[in-house]
Every structure is written in structure tokens, then in C-alpha cells.
Ligand binder design. Structure first.
Ligand SMILES: Nc1ncnc2c1ncn2[C@@H]1O[C@H](COP(=O)(O)OP(=O)(O)OP(=O)(O)O)[C@@H](O)[C@H]1O
Length: 300
């Protein structure tokens, strides 16, 4: 049997006398029996006293390290500055500029039926990304629920105040949702984007359609529950609506789900699995940050 010197390459143990295709170290023991000399040819001389007399298994980590060092030795022997000079004679001056342009900030739209958990998801995202994500607080004319904080959960304004905003064109989008106004003040988005922050908006289906038209690069994420029943269960547990409003919300949820294909992503917020939901959304944001269309929007 052959023993590969890198423990990560155990898959290649049977490849006696052949180099492991998965390993870049390019060295291996061809026979097992304590044959330090087989290896000695491929290790730096200062390692040998340490290795002599050791069993092959005990040698494996040091050998893997030594072989990597040997591979790098010719490179390390040169002065780095000389190398750069030599290399730049061939390639021209090496740039220290970033290799890709700075990515445009993300505009993330979270939407989904009433009671699905949008606010719960946003609170958790806020805790995890206080520095990186700017949450644009929606304004509403509805009364504050117990536990809500003005300016954090929503900006709570009177109906008259909201209608004045509409007349003054102060809102990016607004909608009458279950008899109450909801909308996003224009200045909240522009100031966050001007600061270079990624921005998260919470909007209802109608608002998502407006944002989609205004900001074509926006990332639209639709949150659903695992079933209608689970959704209604959450509304029951939240106890913030009378029964007739719950019926209305359950019916609306059914219609809203028909708009799902207009969104790029759908995330299922399963009962008791809020953390998984938030993790999935974080994965979407990570992938979007790596997308080339963020650096080269006009070519995407
Ligand atoms: N994964 C989950 N499992 C169990 N309960 C959840 C989960 N996600 C959210 N909830 C709870 O469900 C209720 C509704 O959530 P939330 O208020 O965040 O919904 P929403 O989508 O913001 O609703 P609305 O649009 O009506 O404001 C809350 O009591 C919340 O704590």
C-alpha cells in the first residue's frame, strides 16, 4: 500500500507510485515500512532529524508542511522587490487599484402576506447587520400596536399628515392597506443610498410593484408561511386584529400569493424556524453582493 504524505489525500492511498490528482504538494511515500529515506529526498534538511525514527502516521502532518515549504523555497529565496521588478519588466506596472469597481448598494424589498413574519425577520436582520443594512422605516396612519416604537417599527403619523405627504409627493410609494395608509418617505431611501448603505424596505404587494418600476435593480424577496393555516395561526397568536380583519387578511393572502412570480426570491418562514428564514435571506444578500451585475450594472 502507498501512503500519501498529506492526510487530506487519503483517497489516494491506493495509488502506489502515482501522484495524487487532488494534491498540489506533488510528493508521496511509495511504500509504508518506516521508510523515512523515501521521504527525506523531498523534505528540507532541517526537518530530517525530527522525522527520523518516527512512524509514518506520526510523520504525516510534518511531511505535508515540509513538502509545501519545499515547493515554495525557490520563490522565497528571491527578494520580493527584485521579483516585482523582474515581473513588471515583463508585464508592465502592476496596478494596486481594486480589480473590480465598487459594487452598487443593494436595495432589498421584503414583502409577503400580513402576519407572515416580515417585521420579525426585519428585527432579526437588524440585530445581525446593524452596521451594514439600513432599514427604511415605513410610515403608516394606523395606530401603534403594543410594544411598537415610533421611528423604529414604523413612523406613525395621522391620516391628515399622511394625506398631506401624498399631495406634496413626499412618498416613493404609498398604498391603502386594510383601510390604513402605508408608504415610504422619499428622503429615507435617498439618504441611505447616498451614504452607500444597503437598504431594506418592507412593502406590501402594491408597493413592491411600484419599487420594481422605480428601481429595476432592487432585489424582491417574497416571504410565505408553509401553509394558509400556519399563516392564520400566527395572526391568531398575535392578537392584534379583530376576527373580521383576520378573515380579510387570510383572503387577501390567497390573492397576494398569485403575484409571487414577480419576485426574484421566495423564502418560506416555517413555524418556529425564524432563524432559518433569516439565514436564507442572509444567503440571498451574500449572493447578490457577489453578483457581477452589482459592479457592472449596465452590462448585466
Ligand atoms: N417563524 C415563525 N414562527 C412562529 N411565529 C412567527 C414566525 N415568524 C413570525 N412569527 C410571529 O408571527 C406574528 C406575525 O409576525 P409579524 O408581525 O412579523 O408579521 P408581518 O408580516 O410583519 O405582519 P403585518 O404585515 O400584518 O404587519 C408575530 O407574532 C411574530 O412574532
Amino acid at each position: 500500500m502507498a501512503l500519501h504524505i498529506s492526510q487530506r489525500c487519503n483517497a489516494a492511498l491506493a495509488q502506489a507510485g502515482r501522484q495524487c490528482p487532488f494534491c498540489t504538494l506533488g510528493a508521496f511515500l511509495t511504500r509504508t515500512p518506516g521508510a523515512v529515506s523515501d521521504v527525506a529526498l523531498k523534505t528540507p534538511s532541517d526537518s530530517l532529524p525530527r522525522l527520523r525514527g518516527q512512524r509514518p502516521a506520526a510523520m504525516l502532518p510534518s511531511l505535508a508542511y515540509s513538502a509545501a515549504a519545499v515547493a515554495e523555497a525557490p520563490v522565497l529565496q528571491r527578494q520580493a522587490s527584485t521579483m516585482f521588478e523582474e515581473l513588471e519588466r515583463e508585464t508592465g506596472q502592476l496596478s494596486t487599484n481594486p480589480m473590480v469597481p465598487a459594487a452598487a448598494p443593494l436595495v432589498v424589498v421584503l414583502s409577503g402576506p400580513s402576519g407572515v413574519g416580515k417585521d420579525a425577520v426585519i428585527k432579526r436582520l437588524q440585530q445581525q447587520n446593524a452596521e451594514r443594512l439600513k432599514f427604511v422605516v415605513t410610515a403608516t396612519s394606523r395606530p401603534m400596536r403594543t410594544g411598537e416604537v415610533d421611528g423604529i417599527d414604523y413612523v406613525f403619523v395621522s391620516r391628515q399628515h399622511f394625506e398631506q405627504w401624498i399631495r406634496d409627493d413626499e412618498l416613493v410609494e404609498h398604498a391603502l392597506v386594510y383601510g390604513e395608509y402605508k408608504g415610504i418617505p422619499r428622503g429615507h431611501i435617498t439618504s441611505a443610498l447616498a451614504a452607500g448603505s444597503d437598504v431594506v424596505l418592507r412593502v406590501d404587494i402594491q408597493g413592491a410593484a411600484t419599487i420594481m418600476r422605480m428601481i429595476p435593480n432592487a432585489i424582491l424577496i417574497f416571504i410565505v408561511a408553509e401553509s394558509e393555516r400556519a399563516l392564520v395561526q400566527r395572526l391568531f397568536a398575535r392578537k392584534t386584529e379583530p376576527f373580521d380583519k383576520m378573515v380579510q387578511r387570510a383572503q387577501t393572502a390567497r390573492n397576494e400569493t398569485a403575484h409571487l412570480p414577480n419576485f426574484q426570491y421566495v423564502v418560506v418562514n416555517r413555524e418556529g424556524h425564524l432563524e432559518d428564514t433569516v439565514a436564507e435571506i442572509q444567503s440571498i444578500l451574500t449572493a447578490e453582493r457577489c453578483s457581477t451585475k452589482r459592479c457592472y450594472p449596465s452590462e448585466a
